[in-house]
Design a protein around this ligand. Structure first.
Ligand SMILES: [Zn+2]
Length: 228
């Protein structure tokens, strides 16, 4: 089947699923019987996927796992952002919710980061590549909880990763996804129902806080795709 025909079929599948499905079956059967043209695996796969989407058929169960993906902002084919803990966003707990913009202090301010659940002591990964530009205390007068700031002028972002016991120093270069330290426990600071987490702020060059949840997203992927 040539690519133009294939493209039109896929388009029709999306707009008119049932009629197109019949057409696909007819064409595919005819092509299989009569055409000596080899059909590529990719074409068969995308056609099968389109058919499954059109008729709502689920693919056979395959081992799936949650994979965190970062947006490729500079277009070099590699993710520019990484989930610092590999865990999901902090949901509602006794102290609030972890998503960007969540209410804080009774609504007087908004959450300027995204909280990713963490196990105290676990390794924390750099959410962006860059240079360590600051290590500081998360709260004035409390030396137990620290943050690490990574700045990447090319990406035009800085990332502040809170509640990390740093294993890096100011001036170090770090690569996205590589360890920068370990997660603190928040149980002494916030007793009685705080989910341990890493708080991640992304700040653009204009000083605006950006929703990290828009550049670090989750998808289910089959295990065989995990190495891609
Ligand atoms: Zn937070």
């Amino acid at each position: 089947m040539n690519q133009g025909l294939h493209a039109r079929l896929v388009e029709r599948l999306r707009s008119r699923p049932l009629q197109a499905l019949i057409l696909v079956v007819a064409v595919a059967t005819t092509a299989a019987a009569a055409s000596p043209l080899p059909r590529t695996g990719a074409a068969r796969t995308s056609l099968a996927t389109a058919v499954q989407q059109a008729v709502g058929v689920q693919p056979p169960p395959a081992p799936l796992r949650l994979v965190w993906e970062g947006v490729d902002l500079d277009g070099d084919g590699r993710a520019d952002f990484a989930n610092p803990t590999g865990q999901g966003e902090r949901g509602r707990d006794a102290y609030g919710e972890g998503e960007f913009g969540a209410s804080r202090d009774g609504g007087s301010r908004r959450h300027e980061g995204v909280d990713f659940r963490a196990d105290a002591g676990q390794s924390v990964a750099a959410p962006i590549s860059g240079y360590i530009t600051r290590i500081g205390f998360a709260y004035a007068g409390d030396t137990s909880l620290k943050f690490v700031e990574i700045t990447n002028p090319a990406l035009r972002f800085a990332a502040r990763v809170f509640y990390v016991n740093p294993r890096v120093q100011v001036g170090d270069a770090v690569a996205v996804g590589r360890p920068i330290g370990t997660a603190h426990s928040l149980q002494r600071k916030y007793p009685g129902g705080m989910t341990d987490h890493v708080h991640l702020e992304l700040i653009d060059t204009a000083g605006r806080h950006v929703d990290a949840g828009r550049v670090i997203t989750a998808a289910y992927a089959a295990d065989r795709l995990a190495a891609d």
